[in-house]
Design a binder for this molecule. Structure first.
Ligand code: PEP
Ligand code: MG
Length: 744
């Protein structure tokens, strides 16, 4: 049975819809809405306040307050009751507004005669647009039904604002999605680029908001939820690991009575099925921004994803909207998996993510493809529309959406300067990296995907100093087979030709979690069961990998390196595995490499103090500066708060590295450095100055690093470093920069 309040609110919605269908300017529409709402709810006042800018609200239309206050009365976020609703996103319902905490009297509106006040946020999918208020003279609190009715009006207002209903002559609202917007995020991969937005998951546009036939909408919703549930169950059948956990959460929501009941209640009030889904989605999004618990946030995200699926079913709008990908696409998404990113491949000119992390797989893939990436770009998926002009500054983590002319020209200058520099690097590509004082530095590249290999000839790298084999494992949904690995490694070796490739065995754990392996609940994964520790405790995968490397080499020389070795014994045990594998291959009559070189990463301070015997025994060492630095300073490389706190050019760290150089030179052990710092020109010349003459870095860094090495006297730079150290400077950076500037 439909109660009276439900049919009232449905009538109101139908009248709103008819108003919207009429030809009218934006302001006129808003005026009609306030009139209709006050009339239907029996209140003397109904007002709409909309955001003028991020923290100013403006009275844009009113029934009942003085008309001269419209577009004049403004308030700051948090100011007065309206400002409070806008700031907190929560309703204010009071019988006696003037005695309410924070009440502010606005004389120009004539509101002093009104006592009761009900204010609700106008928000769409977590985005605040304004505040909707009704007021009456008599002192009374508004009932649950009245609140509900007003919530539905607020929702319709938000939807219409999204559709541009209030834009136009005498506009009450600025046209959305037309203003230039700058969004600050975090660097995921350096580089600057310009292009047009391509939304990974285009927003579903709901145009039919109101219904007069709730029974039909309820049926539509029920059928859609059923379809969703069947879909989730099908996906569950083939799922495992983390994916299973997410799908279980989906299933929980899809079966949730509370969720369905709320949507059905919305429908009974006059919303269409899709508008009801979106209303609940908006509530969840608003909650999302207030929940600190990461687990709960994830679940709210799941609900959000599920709502999107449901909307697609209801509206028939698939991922494929018929829109054509622009020629210069910049991918915008909340988040994206590595495999999906690889599908797009090098077609993308840039990537902007609302979430993501520096160490995420998507970031790893973006780096491999050398595509500029900005992560943590808040609200980008709300702000951007397919085809919008967008400029991405990966160096500073800044995104300009629909930039104005001045930004465009400044940005293009920057891109042009970078292109010029790139040309300079091309001209030195075939030259050796020899310093002014005659020291020869060898520059290698880091890689991990087949997609990296075209960079080998184009970057000027002399080989691959670090091939991160885990990437092949991370980007798949299941463990790769040995046959597939043989094929991959073979293609890597073929592509490298005469140039050496150092294959690092599987480095998983910490931030690199395989999607198909049971996640380990560890209190501190970076210090946990990872890399060689997993390889030695559960040798199956490492053995398969070593075998695959031997077969791929098929007699050619092979270099193998172990990650995260903390003591000599671990190296010995890992090397035994290789030797055993060689013996087996021989027995099987297969070709074994003519020469196998076995080395290790130095990523924990402990290994720097290993016995002399270790340094004599190991065939080469590569310093993994990313991990080594995080353990040296006890500062998590994934934690934005502390990640940049300690400078690589800090004298303690440089002195420590110099100690490693010293030990290797005493034992004659070849030494290289393969952390991210090797690819930063200033850091790279300092590393070279203290004696690290083999550096391995991302391919795009080879040009800039080589260029600076060729223009630097490393002996003189070493003196600068020593002097700064002697003077007690914390970091030698300033002194080094001054020296480099002085020398052009
Ligand atoms: C390092 O730790 O410096 C390194 C090269 O390894 P990864 O970044 O893969 O941990
Ligand atoms: Mg490491």
């Amino acid at each position: 049975m439909i109660d009276r309040s439900e049919s009232e609110s449905r009538k109101l919605l139908v009248r709103l819809r008819d108003t919207m269908a009429e030809e009218a300017a934006g302001q006129e529409r808003l005026d009609k809405i306030t009139h209709l709402t006050a009339d239907s709810m029996g209140t003397e006042v109904c007002s709409v306040y909309l955001f003028r800018d991020d923290d100013t609200l403006e009275l844009c239309a009113t029934e009942g307050l003085k008309q001269e206050a419209v577009h004049r009365t403004r308030m700051k976020l948090g100011e007065g009751l309206v400002g409070r609703v806008a700031r907190t996103g929560k309703m204010v319902n009071t019988a006696d507004a003037p005695s309410e905490r924070g009440f502010r009297y606005m004389p120009e509106t004539g509101e002093e005669i009104f006592s009761s006040f009900l204010g609700l946020p106008i928000q769409r999918l977590g985005e605040k647009l304004g505040v909707l208020v009704v007021q009456t003279k008599d002192k009374r609190e508004f009932t649950h039904d009245e609140i509900y009715a007003l919530e539905v009006v607020a929702m319709v207002l938000a939807e219409m604002a999204e559709l541009g209903a209030f834009v136009g002559e005498g506009a009450a609202l600025k046209a959305r999605h037309t203003q230039p917007t700058m969004i600050r995020g975090i660097t995921g991969q350096e580089g600057t680029t310009e292009g047009h937005v391509w939304l990974h998951e285009p927003r579903v546009v709901v145009t039919n908001l109101v219904t007069e036939d709730p029974q039909r909408e309820r049926d539509r919703l029920r059928t859609a939820v059923e379809q969703l549930r069947v879909g989730v169950n099908e996906m569950l059948e083939g799922a495992s690991g983390e994916q299973l956990e997410v799908l279980e959460a989906y299933r929980m929501f899809a079966n949730s009575k509370g969720w369905r009941n709320r949507m059905e209640e919305d429908i009974d009030r006059g919303l269409s099925a899709e508008a009801a889904v979106e209303k609940e989605q908006s509530v969840a999004r608003a909650r999302m921004s207030q929940v600190a618990d990461p687990y709960l946030r994830e679940r709210l995200h799941d609900l959000d994803d599920l709502s999107n699926r449901l909307l697609r079913i209801l509206t028939g709008q698939g991922r494929e909207t018929g829109a054509e990908m622009p020629a210069d696409p910049i991918l915008v998404a909340r988040n994206i998996g590595p495999a999906e990113l690889l599908d797009y491949g090098r077609r993308l000119k840039g990537i902007v993510l609302e979430e993501g992390s520096v160490g995420s797989h998507a970031a790893i893939v973006a780096r491999a493809l050398a595509i500029p990436l900005v992560i943590h770009a808040q609200r980008i998926t709300n702000e951007a529309l397919n085809g919008d002009h967008i400029m991405v500054d990966g160096d500073h983590g800044i995104v300009h959406l629909r930039p104005d002319d001045s930004v465009v020209s400044a940005f293009r200058d920057k891109i042009a300067m970078q292109a010029q520099a790139q040309e300079r690097y091309t001209s030195i590509r075939q030259k050796p990296a020899t310093s002014l004082c005659g020291k020869r530095v060898t520059l290698f590249m880091n890689a991990g995907l087949l997609a990296d290999l075209p960079s080998l000839p184009t970057s000027g790298a002399e080989g691959v100093g670090l091939f991160r084999t885990e990437l092949q494992f991370l980007i798949r949904n299941q463990m790769p087979r040995r046959k597939e690995l043989v094929e991959t490694y073979k293609r890597v070796m073929d592509a490298a030709g005469d140039k050496p490739v150092v294959f690092r065995t599987l480095d998983i754990g910490s931030d690199k979690v395989l999607p198909y392996m049971k996640p380990n609940d560890e209190p501190n994964p970076a210090l946990g069961w990872r890399a060689i520790r997993v390889g030695l405790d559960k040798p199956g995968v490492m053995r398969m990998q070593i075998q695959a490397l031997l077969r791929a080499a098929n007699g050619r020389p092979l270099s193998v390196m172990f990650p995260f070795v903390a003591q000599y014994e671990e190296f010995r045990a890992a090397r035994d595995e290789v030797q055993k594998a060689v013996a087996i291959e021989r027995k099987l009559g297969r070709a074994v490499p003519e020469k196998i070189t076995i080395g290790t990463m130095l990523e924990t301070p402990s290994l720097a103090y290993a016995s002399k015997k270790f340094f004599e025994d190991v065939e080469f060492i590569s310093i993994g500066g990313n991990d080594l630095k995080q353990f040296f300073f006890a500062a998590d490389r994934e934690n934005e708060r502390v990640r940049r706190r300690y400078d690589t050019l800090n004298v303690s760290f440089l002195t420590f590295l110099e100690g490693i150089v010293q030990r290797c030179s005493e034992s004659g052990t070849p030494l290289s450095f393969c952390g991210e710092d090797a690819g930063r020109p200033i850091e790279a010349v300092c590393l070279a100055a203290i004696g690290l003459h083999k550096l391995s870095m991302r391919p795009a860094s080879i040009g800039p690093v080589k260029s600076l090495i060729m223009r630097t006297d490393l002996d003189a730079l070493y003196d600068v470093i020593c002097d700064a150290r002697e003077r007690g400077e914390q970091s030698v950076r300033e002194s080094v920069l001054e020296y480099l500037r002085w020398n052009g």
